[in-house]
Ligand binder design. Structure first.
Ligand code: XMP
Length: 517
């Protein structure tokens, strides 16, 4: 039986927190598929076989807007339990003839609900609950046959239900942590009302995935681009456990990795008993980048060279049948959505190079059902080291986009040494896993005058960047302790020859981006 059977379908109406609903449901051990609200029942059935209930997400749209997203007829016709959240509540209200009022202002922030009916959805909870509200329109009159479960001073219909039909709707957001008992509410719905299966665990995932990789690849050989990041490491280990040395992992060192990183990746491959093919292509990359300092040109050259090296190495390995990719669930959701027509390209991202033509239809994507935190859980269950599991994101072009201006081996070495000091100090202060989402050094294309002993210096400038963020779409600069910054600065100017000045970047994203190039 499929591990995804007996779960929940979440229809995505575009709310910022729609993915969070799926993650919370999965925390309960229940598989949740997040699908566009336009999905047919057949599609939902294919993505989540034998699903036991439907959750309708919130939305940035108002229900009275022209072309407002609608509720597909199959949802109510299915007779399955439904939980409408925010906009989802308005859809349910409208569908049954209740009244949704236009708001003249948004209600946003914490509120206290008074629960008047603690059966089912609010079972086992106190009457007064802290919840998180973020809505414009609100329910003026619930539909005929619906009862009120909870109210706030501002929203007389904070939660409503038609219990005998297993229909529930809440104005607030149970998926966010600001709603104190949000997970309990979701549990009551998903397990209490829907009776969903609770088989979605890392151990079950590993067993099922190993089995399905074996079925998929048979005795074929699988090429994997190994970067040393959590996704390629976990994907590789799943494939290795499934088909052993049919896995051909290729690690390309482009010369723009951090201190000790190439050795660490090679050591990991050895520990996992993979036949890792390690290629040092530093010279080729630096030759191609010689004299180039324009950011997009650098990115394009790095991407192109990566593809060339990777394909060349792959060819040396003989017959290869499959290409493994570390695609994860948010990528799948993104490509299933409506896309972002007209969105401008800010940076041309590069990961493991392009897709060699012969693999177009032959992809192995063992992580395509997982959120990032689930990849980490699976990695931990596979016994991968914490340093890999909790490695901060590192861009494909590596230090190439942090060595601002021209890239030379000497400048890369300066940057590597400074970055290593910064990261070591953050690690010692316990700020790598929590406290910063991403932290790194950059080398600027500027020199400045300084004084060392009795001598004048005219040396390079290092900029430090540390940010806090959950989604990397927006970010704030980390409020690092001044003494910590002082120690890092001191060590860099003393230990890294050629640097006499250290800056700390205090820009938010937007308007800045996280990387400078
Ligand atoms: P920006 O600079 O756009 O970065 O705010 C957002 C996040 O994306 C990472 N990043 C990349 N990751 N390939 C990647 O895999 C890339 O080419 C790339 N460029 C930026 C960046 O480090 C940050 O986490």
């Amino acid at each position: 039986m499929s591990l995804k059977a007996g779960g929940i379908v979440i229809l995505d109406y575009g709310s910022q927190t729609a993915q969070l609903i799926a993650r919370r449901v999965r925390e309960l051990g229940v598989y949740a598929a997040l699908l566009p609200y336009t999905s047919t029942r057949e599609h939902a059935q294919a993505e989540a076989p034998d699903f036991r209930g439907v959750i309708l997400s919130g939305s940035p749209s108002g229900i009275y807007e022209p072309n407002a997203p609608t509720l597909p007829a199959w949802v109510l016709a299915s007779g399955l339990p439904v939980l409408g959240i925010c906009y989802g509540m308005q859809l349910v209200t409208k569908a049954f003839g209740g009244e949704v009022g236009r708001a003249d202002r948004r209600e946003y922030g914490q509120a206290t609900i008074q629960v008047s009916d603690s059966a089912r959805l609010f079972a086992g909870m106190d009457a007064a609950q802290t919840v998180w509200m973020s809505h414009g329109d609100r329910i003026e009159r619930p539909p005929e046959g619906f009862t009120v479960l909870a109210r706030t001073d501002n929203a007389p219909y904070a939660a409503i239900a038609r219990p005998e039909r297993d229909l529930f709707a809440v104005q607030f957001h149970p998926e966010v942590t600001h709603t104190a008992h949000g997970l309990d509410i979701l549990r009551n719905f998903v397990i209490g009302v829907c009776d969903a299966q609770t088989d979605w665990t890392p151990a079950n995932f590993i067993d099922a995935t190993i089995q399905s990789i074996r079925e998929q690849v048979g005795d074929g050989r699988v090429l994997l681009g190994m970067s040393g990041g959590v996704d390629s490491s976990v994907a590789g280990e799943l494939i290795h456990r499934a088909v052993g040395d049919q896995l051909v992992p290729v690690f390309v060192n482009h010369g723009m990795l951090r201190q000790h990183e190439p050795d660490d990746v090679i050591a990991l491959g050895e520990n996992l008993a993979w036949n890792l093919v390690a290629v040092d292509a530093t010279e080729e990359f630096l030759d191609n980048l010689y004299g180039v300092s324009e950011p997009e040109a650098k990115r394009k050259i790095i991407g192109r060279t990566f593809t060339e090296v990777f394909e060349r190495e792959a060819q040396k390995q003989g017959e290869l049948d499959w290409l493994a990719q570390g695609t994860i669930y948010p990528d799948v959701i993104e490509s299933a959505g409506t896309g972002r027509p007209g969105a401008k390209r800010i940076k041309s991202h590069h990961n493991v190079g392009g897709l060699p033509e012969q693999f177009k239809a032959r992809l192995v994507e063992p992580l395509r059902d997982l959120f990032k935190d689930e990849v980490r859980e699976v990695g931990t269950a596979l016994g991968l080291p914490d340093a890999i599991i909790w490695r901060q994101p590192f861009p494909g072009p590596g230090l190439g986009v942090r060595c601002i201006g021209e890239i030379t081996w000497e400048r890369l070495e300066i940057l590597r040494a400074a970055d290593h000091i910064f990261i070591s100090e953050l690690r010692a202060a316990g700020l790598l896993r929590e406290g910063t989402a991403q932290a790194f050094a950059m080398l600027l294309p500027v020199r400045s005058v300084g004084v060392m002993g009795d001598d004048r210096t005219y040396d390079e400038v290092i900029a430090l960047r540390a940010v806090t963020t959950t989604d990397f779409m927006t970010a704030d600069w980390a409020r690092l302790d001044h003494d910590l910054l002082a120690r890092v600065s001191n060590r860099i100017v003393n230990e890294v020859k050629g640097v006499n000045r250290v800056l700390y970047d205090i820009s938010t994203k937007p308007p800045a981006t996280i990387e400078w190039e």
